[in-house]
Design a protein around this ligand. Sequence first.
Ligand code: CS2
Ligand code: MN
Length: 358
Amino acid sequence: MKMTFRWYGADSDSVTLQQIRQIPGMTGLMGVLDDKAAGEVWTEEEIKAYMDEVHAAGLACEVIESVNVHEDIKMGLPTRDQYIENYRTTIRNLAKYGVKVIVYNFMPVFDWLRTDLARVIPEDGSNSLYFDEAELGDMGPLEIVKSTIENSNGFTLPGWEPKRLAELETTLERYKSITPEDLRANYKYFLEGIIPTCEECGVVMACHPDDPAWPIFGLPRIAHSQEDFDKIVKLYDSPCNTLCLCTGSLGSDPENDIPSIIRHFGGMGRIGAMHVRNIKYLGKHKFRESAHLSSAGDLDLFEIMKAVYESCPDTYIRPDHGRMIWGETGRPGYGLYDRALGATYLNGLWEAIEKMSR
Ligand code: CS2
Ligand code: MN
């Protein structure tokens, strides 16, 4: 297992590389060129500059999260071919600089969705990302996007980049006629375009699940259960077509048995990366993100790490979101302290599992 940390780059992260380097057991990043719009080529020059900076800080960067998929690819528009070509170029360029895994998602329009980015946890006064379908009330997609942007402390949020949101209304309209089957067909077309390139240059694609793990605003969503991912891995049968198993995203639906899903796909060699975090269920389609510790939420992190150890021990892991604690402010979900605590806890579980398995 390689413990990593998400980092958005010196201009768009409140956390520094040196701070990340000082977290015990931290080996590298899940890095990103944060200012690249979906569909744009990541040039060698830009990648080199980013990698040089990361390596100089004593960290590796073998995982990129995310190279976003252009909406035209998901909608199956004729313009998709150019965007797929660009994606291929980006894969090749990243491979030249040591990238082994690319995390992405195939969610229409939105990346993750929450109704509150800083819900205070009454017991201890910390705050975390929160979702309550009832709170959406009459809010439509445009309103939720607006409130998300307004409450993100001046940071753009992953998948919520202003450029991508400019055409929101048109896009939402177009999706009305796209069924889950259509979306899957478009997904297949995308994978057929890029996976051969991945195979050539040794890069693994890792699809992140829908978050939360159910359809929202009537949009087609095809990646939130074991059954969904069984279909996805079959869309293109290759060891380069894998999932980024996010325990908190899949775990937002209590029906998803996370350790068993890890064993299922880990055993098939189809887990390219993992996000590990905990969830506290508060009712139907209502949850908040809790501290990583098992007893703080409803997922059993020991069982999760054990399943990783037994089925995909070499994978990359990052503590996914964290709470805001100790007065920290920053990009919602992406402060330093709680994610660092999370990494340390996960490393502790790992050490115990490893030593007890000898
Ligand atoms: C991440 C996602 O912050 C998050 O919740 O897990 O933004 C993730 O990077 C994407 O869905 C993968 O493309
Ligand atoms: Mn995640």
